[in-house]
Write a protein that binds this ligand. Structure first.
Ligand code: HEC
Ligand code: HEC
Length: 346
């Protein structure tokens, strides 16, 4: 009796493992194919859909999706709630709470010189994204007896943003959990340029593309189909002031002023026309170092749409700008912060 139950569990677990492995493998294969065949939206969407249907949406999976698109700059604002008790600057020391520089991936309850409660001291493990998520939702529920007298952040989006900010202030953060189902996000009813790529569910780009929107949609859908001249037309039409707004999403990690420092990412002054991965004192990922050529408008346009598919393995943990208008605007802003950007092709 006892054994047969165990056996059943064992068999079920094995089947689950194989199913998950298979789906994952299939998904990865599709993504790889997609990378080589220059980002066909159908391939990616069906990879995501397959994962989604085999793995009924778990809360963690949703959180991974939130985290992938969370804006560290918004997290910086939310961090205002933590500042009374936590410094995040490495030189800031401990306050009422421990210093949070490099906290992502750090073993729980171990910052030097801080007197933790027994509950955190004895918790074990590391501050994974998942643990941070649960702790910040309700410190008391996650770690009964904790000294952190903070009610918690009830909004998952807020938690994702704060964690993105903690991550941006961690020198070698662990990789983000894989978001499962991009295709599950409600499709924004824009009917605009970005509709083709955001629709998901494997639908081929459909009838609503016309005129300029078709150009832009194609830019998202199949990078190869868009020429540098198409991108340059969008960039020429874009407003650098809009681009400055978009650049707020980058600021937690990048500085674009002349003589500015590297942050989590390399400084971006003069990036347009600069050889890829060429800031001497920045430690790039092998993925980015492996790229050749310069950052043309076109290359930036593709990288910024989806850093991970343009340069698989890149350290830039930024989900990407899905709207072609936003990419064109931020490129025009970066051009305005470059000494000699290559002339716009017309
Ligand atoms: C009222 C003060 C206070 C506020 C506000 C506060 N914390 Fe804390 N925090 C603490 C204390 C005290 C500890 C140590 C808890 C313990 O030892 O049980 C702590 C511990 C932590 C830890 C564990 C760090 C480690 O080294 O293991 C994290 C992560 C953390 N806080 C994040 C945050 C974030 C993010 C916010 C804002 C959303 C925040 N805290 C708001 C006081 C605070
Ligand atoms: C969470 C931090 C983060 C955010 C947000 C972010 N980046 Fe990055 N970025 C990085 C990192 C890290 C690298 C280095 C990537 C590597 O080595 O793989 C990078 C690299 C780059 C590069 C390549 C530069 C070079 O010298 O080759 C460009 C261009 C870039 N980012 C632009 C942007 C823009 C524009 C935005 C906003 C729309 C943005 N990034 C948002 C972290 C970030």
């Amino acid at each position: 009796m006892h054994f047969s139950l165990l056996e059943k569990f064992g068999a079920a677990a094995l089947i689950c493992a194989w199913l998950l492995f298979g789906v994952n493998f299939l998904g990865n294969m599709l993504v790889h194919v997609e990378e080589h065949v220059s980002q066909l939206p159908g391939a990616e969407a069906s990879g995501g859909a397959a994962t989604a249907s085999a793995e009924p949406a778990k809360p963690e999976a949703d959180f991974a999706t939130l985290l992938a698109s969370a804006d560290p700059a918004a997290g910086e604002k939310l961090f205002g709630k933590c500042k009374a008790c936590h410094a995040i600057d490495p030189a800031g020391g401990n306050k009422v709470g421990p210093n949070l520089h490099n906290v992502v991936g750090r073993p729980v309850g171990t910052h030097e010189g801080f007197a933790y409660s027994d509950t955190l001291k004895n918790k074990g493990g590391e501050w994974t994204y998942d643990h941070l998520n649960h702790f910040l939702e309700s410190p008391k529920a996650y770690a009964p007896g904790t000294k952190m007298s903070f009610a918690g952040l009830s909004s998952a989006k807020d938690r994702a943003e704060v964690i993105a900010y903690l991550r941006a202030n961690t020198e070698s953060p662990p990789p983000l959990p894989e978001p499962t189902a991009k295709a599950e996000e409600p499709a924004p009813a824009e009917g605009k340029a970005s509709s083709a790529e955001e629709k998901g569910a494997g639908e081929p780009a459909s009838g609503e593309q016309a005129g300029a929107a078709a150009t832009a949609g194609a830019a998202g859908a199949a990078g190869a189909a868009v020429t540098g001249a198409d991108v340059d037309k969008m960039v020429a039409a874009a407003d650098p002031a809009e681009g400055e707004k978009v650049f707020r999403k980058c600021q937690a990690c990048h500085n674009a002023d002349k003589g500015g420092p590297n942050k989590v990412g390399p400084h971006l002054y003069d990036v347009v026309g600069r050889p890829k991965a060429s800031v001497a004192d920045f430690n790039y990922s092998p993925a980015l170092k492996g790229l050749s050529g310069e950052w043309t408008d076109e290359a930036l346009f593709q990288y910024l749409e989806n850093p991970k598919s343009f340069a698989p393995g890149t350290k830039m943990t930024f989900a990407g700008l899905s709207k072609p208008e936003d990419r064109a605007a931020v490129i025009s802003y970066l051009r305005a912060h470059s000494d000699n950007p290559p002339p716009l092709q017309q």
